[in-house]
Design a protein around this ligand. Structure first.
Ligand SMILES: Nc1nc2c(c(=O)[nH]1)N[C@H]1C(S)=C(S)[C@@H](COP(=O)(O)OP(=O)(O)OC[C@H]3O[C@@H](n4cnc5c(=O)[nH]c(N)nc54)[C@H](O)[C@@H]3O)O[C@H]1N2
Ligand SMILES: Nc1nc2c(c(=O)[nH]1)N[C@H]1C(S)=C(S)[C@@H](COP(=O)(O)OP(=O)(O)OC[C@H]3O[C@@H](n4cnc5c(=O)[nH]c(N)nc54)[C@H](O)[C@@H]3O)O[C@H]1N2
Ligand code: SF4
Ligand SMILES: [Mo]
Length: 695
């Protein structure tokens, strides 16, 4: 029998609303949810390859306990009870010696995040981190320093923009389906796209103006843009007067950063900078300086991200149609409350609240403690700072390949007494684990309901489409089963997903059946905008956009430190990394379909530089940094700045169980040094210097 299921894709973390047609327990088709206009009925290549994941014979298929040395690939297949009992016994042993704070739970934020937080609070460890700081932690911190909101609480009105500027936000390859469709619509209506990247990406190819910037110098470009915008009074004076605190300080600060000064640093002609500022001034307030999702990551990231948000504020584009908007939640839509959380129950007091990463504490006082600073994990383990870390739970996150410096990560993992991963694939962390708990894939499981705040806030639901192909379980079941064995079962008062849904929805006055028709329930029929004249609700101490940030200054971080010039020493290159449309981070390289599309990474290198080094297209080259080296094929091209080389993230897998991705290409983490934005909390993913020679 045929059935239609409205659910949410999870081939990547964008979680697009999809419509799945199922017949006799098999997937017939996966397309965009037709009730969500911006999906235009489509999905991206990865979404389309979900059946490749479902039917993959090389994914995790049953709970496993390691029998040989770590990473040897020797496993014993066990029952769920055996795996869970073993994990709990080991934990109890370790906790009796080091306390439960010796456990760290890491995850990519997902639909059971509320339950993972419940788990860590219930067992009594302050050590929880998400992928967020490794992705856009500095954007988050920058946003809070200016608005008092996180970056997750703002979004971009692509569909109505007149001019968008993207700095390494390679939106047409690092895809969000709705955003891409909306932006293409806007461009169809004449919107301009300026793209800034040392590399000619697909987005560069689609842009109205492309600026090949010197790697790592975007902040200089932005200071010069501010300089022109202020000098030529291109800013939205009324908006700035009403909503900005610290404008005069900014004016004085950027006075020295002329377009001519920036030309020298960035390589972008001064007249181009002036022309761009003027065009944006004309299109305001429907302009967007995209604040980045991850983009270029250098140690001055916090100031770069702040500069982007400040440019938006100057243009008056914050809470403007075609600009940036604040996401509205159930309360903005007139509801008394939103989804109910399990993690806001009352938990026993923690014996020691010092965190492994010092986030919100001594080391990263203004990074967001809700997400932590994942980059600190290997350092905390290796240095036993502030105390020994002995247990790692990795849920839908791969610290080995997602934190720079693979060899350092391996050393840290070796030091742990217990690694438990809850995953769907063999990958860096599962392969190094002691216990592997396989989760059912998103097509085989239902998840807790998720609120999507926005102009029209709406809770969405992921529902099971087909029966699990292997001996796997949903995350909400696994976390409760673990908690029960550690004496914390009382904080998980549910037996089924329906219990969870009913609990979550209790205050919203909705029922699980309300999601049957479309997969979501809109809480408002009209987009909710705040009044730009008087109704903006900044959560800063001044109630304004704080160019001079109280959050930063109170913690000893200047709002406007002088720009520091960046040199790339002769005979070295900045290693840049990024995504392609066919893969999700480190997770899909072994997917049978996606592997066929892109099976290994290559080294983009500028043709003149390659010639000087005697390197021809397609030849094997050795790339080395201070921390590692690897060999891969060269892609010799004039589409990249001479000071940079580029590789795709996610390759170089070393898990023999994955025959399609095994030893294909080089892992970026193998080469990347562990360099951090020490204020915002993000790793500087594009800052490592490498040298290249013929292999
Ligand atoms: N297909 C696909 N789509 C995805 C994802 C995925 O894994 N696969 N992941 C999602 C997630 S979690 C994220 S965070 C986003 C990431 O979205 P993006 O940030 O757009 O993605 P990246 O591919 O990492 O792009 C980084 C770009 O920055 C450029 N770059 C490097 N250094 C500099 C510099 O100094 N200045 C400038 N201006 N540019 C520089 C690189 O050349 C590269 O093109 O994508 C999301 N969408
Ligand atoms: N060196 C380097 N590091 C990076 C980046 C980079 O470009 N280079 N990018 C950064 C960015 S932007 C991000 S967002 C992070 C992403 O970092 P990660 O979240 O670690 O990367 P992913 O590849 O999305 O997924 C990690 C794991 O989730 C598993 N997984 C996928 N689906 C499911 C599921 O349904 N259930 C369970 N339990 N597991 C599942 C995958 O098998 C994989 O092992 O990495 C960051 N770190
Ligand atoms: S962007 Fe693609 S893979 Fe990611 S959720 Fe959407 S359809 Fe799925
Ligand atoms: Mo990300």
């Amino acid at each position: 029998m045929k059935k239609v299921v409205y659910t949410l894709c999870f081939m990547c973390s964008i979680r697009c609303p999809i419509k799945v047609v199922v017949e006799d327990d098999e997937i017939v088709s996966i397309e965009g949810n037709p009730y969500v206009g911006a999906m235009k009925g489509g999905v991206c290549p990865k979404g389309a390859a979900a059946t490749g994941l479902l039917n993959d014979t090389e994914r995790l298929q049953a709970p496993m306990i390691r029998t040989g040395p770590r990473g040897s690939g020797q496993w014993k297949r066990v029952s769920w009870d055996e795996a869970l009992d073993y994990t709990a016994e080991k934990c109890k042993e370790i906790f009796s010696k080091y306390g439960s704070k010796s456990a760290v739970w890491c995850e990519r934020t997902n639909f059971i995040t509320d339950l993972s937080k419940t788990f860590t609070k219930a067992i009594g460890t302050p050590n929880y981190f998400t992928h967020d700081a490794l992705c856009k932690g500095s954007v988050n911190t920058a946003c809070r320093s200016l608005f008092g909101y996180t970056d997750a609480q703002i979004s971009v009105d692509y569909g109505n923009t007149k001019h968008i500027v993207l700095y390494g936000r390679n939106i047409f390859e690092a895809i969000e389906v709705k955003a891409v469709n909306n932006l293409l619509d806007a461009m169809g209506k004449g919107a301009k796209l300026t793209y800034v990247d040392p590399r000619v990406t697909i987005t560069a190819a689609k842009s109205t103006r492309y600026l090949m910037i010197r790697p790592g110098t975007d902040l200089a470009l932005n200071y010069a843009l501010m300089n022109v915008i202020i000098k030529e009074r291109l800013f939205d004076a009324e908006y700035v007067d009403r909503w900005v605190d610290g404008f005069e300080k900014l004016r004085t600060f950027v006075d020295r950063y002329t377009p001519e000064w920036a030309e020298e640093e960035t390589g972008i002609p001064a007249n181009e900078i002036v022309a761009l500022a003027q065009e944006l001034g004309e299109a305001k307030p429907s302009v967007i300086f995209h604040y980045g999702y991850r983009g270029a990551n250098h140690p001055n990231e916090i100031y770069f991200r702040r500069s982007l948000l400040i440019l938006n504020a100057l243009m008056g584009s914050i809470e403007a149609k075609g600009g940036i908007f604040f996401k509205k939640g159930p309360k903005d839509a007139g509801h008394k409350a939103g989804l109910r959380n399990y993690s806001s129950q009352k938990f026993p007091k923690m014996e020691d609240t010092r965190r492994f990463d010092g986030c919100g504490q001594d080391k990263y006082p203004i990074a967001d403690p809700a997400h932590g600073v994942g980059g600190m994990f290997p350092l905390a383990v290796l240095n036993e700072d502030p105390y020994p870390i002995k247990v790692l739970f990795a849920f839908r996150f791969d610290p080995l390949y997602s934190i720079p410096d693979l060899n350092q990560n391996l050393k840290a993992l070796e030091k742990l007494d217990l690694i438990v991963s809850i995953d769907i694939n063999w990958g860096g962390i599962t392969w190094m684990s002691d216990v592997v708990l396989p989760e059912s894939t998103f097509l085989e499981r239902s998840d807790p309901i998720k609120m999507f705040p926005g102009l029209k806030p709406a809770p969405y639901r992921r529902v099971q489409c087909v029966t699990p192909r292997y001996d796997t379980k949903p995350g909400w079941w696994i976390v409760k089963a673990l908690a029960e064995r550690l004496g914390a079962g009382e904080y998980f008062p549910y037996e089924s997903i329906e219990d969870i849904w009913n609990y979550q929805l209790a205050d919203l006055g909705l029922k699980p059946e309300d999601f049957e028709a479309k997969g979501f329930v809109e809480l408002s029929d009209k987009p909710i905008w705040w009044d730009r004249k008087d109704g903006l609700k900044f959560k800063t101490p001044s109630g304004k956009i704080e160019f001079v940030s109280s959050l930063m200054e109170e913690h000893g971080f200047p709002s406007f430190p002088p720009y520091e010039k960046l040199e790339t020493p002769e005979s070295t290159f900045r290693l840049m990394v990024g995504r392609c449309a066919a893969h999700t981070h480190v997770a899909t390289q072994n997917n049978p379909y996606l592997n066929e599309l892109v099976s290994e990474n290559v080294l983009w290198i500028n043709n003149k530089k390659a010639e000087a080094l005697g390197i021809k297209n397609n030849e094997m080259v050795e790339v080395s940094s201070k921390v590692g080296k690897g060999t891969l094929r060269a892609f010799v091209t004039d589409l990249i700045h001479p000071e940079a080389v580029f590789i795709l993230h996610g390759f170089g897998h070393q898990e023999a169980g994955c025959t399609r991705s095994y030893k294909r290409g080089v892992a970026d983490t193998l080469l990347q040094e562990h360099i951090m934005d020490t204020i915002g909390g993000s790793p500087a993913l594009d800052h490592t210097l490498v040298s290249v020679k013929k292999a």
